[in-house]
Design a binder for this molecule. Structure first.
Ligand SMILES: [Zn+2]
Length: 168
C-alpha cells in the first residue's frame, strides 16, 4: 500500500466529488481517487504541511469528457461549450480542424461565437467524444480515419467516367 508523501500514513481508495461549471451548467461527478486519513481533516491554519487527495490524470480527463458528452448531446453548441469539448479531447484547434476537414479559423469562429455549429457538426463531435470515452485506441483510429478522408486525393470524374464497382 502506498504511503502519504506528507504524513507517511497509509493511503486508501476513495471517491472524489467534483463540481464544475461549464457554459453556464453546473456539473457534479464522482471519480476514484487516493487519500490518507489526514487529508480528510481541515489543515492547520498557516500550515505548510498539507495532505491532499491524489487524483489520477486519466480519471480527471474522463470527468471532463463526460461533461463534454453532455454538452454535445444536443443539436446546438454554445461557443464556450465548443471550446470545452475540443480541450476535453486534448486537441489543438489545428488538430480538430484537420479531423473535421475545415480551416483552423473555422474552429476559432465557432469558439468565438461568430458561427454556430450545425446539427451535423454536433453529431460528429458527439461521436468523437463517445468514442474517446469508450476507448483511446478506438478514438485515435476514428480521428486518423477522418483526417485521411479529409485529405485524400479524389480522382477527377465527369460525365464520360465509368466506375467499375466489381461484384457488389
Ligand atoms: Zn497524509
Amino acid at each position: 500500500m502506498n504511503r502519504c508523501y506528507n504524513c507517511g500514513k497509509d493511503m486508501y481508495d476513495c471517491t472524489y466529488l467534483d463540481t464544475a461549471k461549464v457554459a453556464g451548467i453546473k456539473f457534479v461527478g464522482r471519480y476514484p481517487a487516493v487519500t490518507c486519513a489526514d487529508a480528510m481533516q481541515e489543515p492547520e491554519p498557516d500550515s505548510e504541511d498539507m495532505c491532499d487527495i491524489t487524483i489520477h490524470g486519466r480519471d480527471w480527463a474522463r470527468y471532463e469528457l463526460c461533461i463534454a458528452k453532455h454538452l454535445v448531446s444536443r443539436r446546438a453548441l454554445s461557443a464556450k461549450a465548443a471550446k470545452f469539448v475540443r480541450k476535453a479531447m486534448g486537441l489543438k484547434r489545428e488538430e480538430l480542424a484537420a479531423i473535421m476537414g475545415v480551416e483552423p479559423l473555422d474552429v476559432s469562429d465557432l469558439e468565438g461565437g461568430i458561427t454556430r455549429a450545425t446539427p451535423a457538426t454536433c453529431f460528429l463531435l458527439h461521436n468523437l467524444v463517445s468514442s474517446k470515452l469508450r476507448s483511446e485506441e478506438e478514438w485515435e483510429a476514428l480521428c486518423s480515419e477522418m483526417r485521411e478522408f479529409m485529405t485524400k486525393e479524389v480522382p477527377e470524374e465527369d460525365d464520360t467516367t465509368t466506375v467499375d464497382l466489381g461484384i457488389v
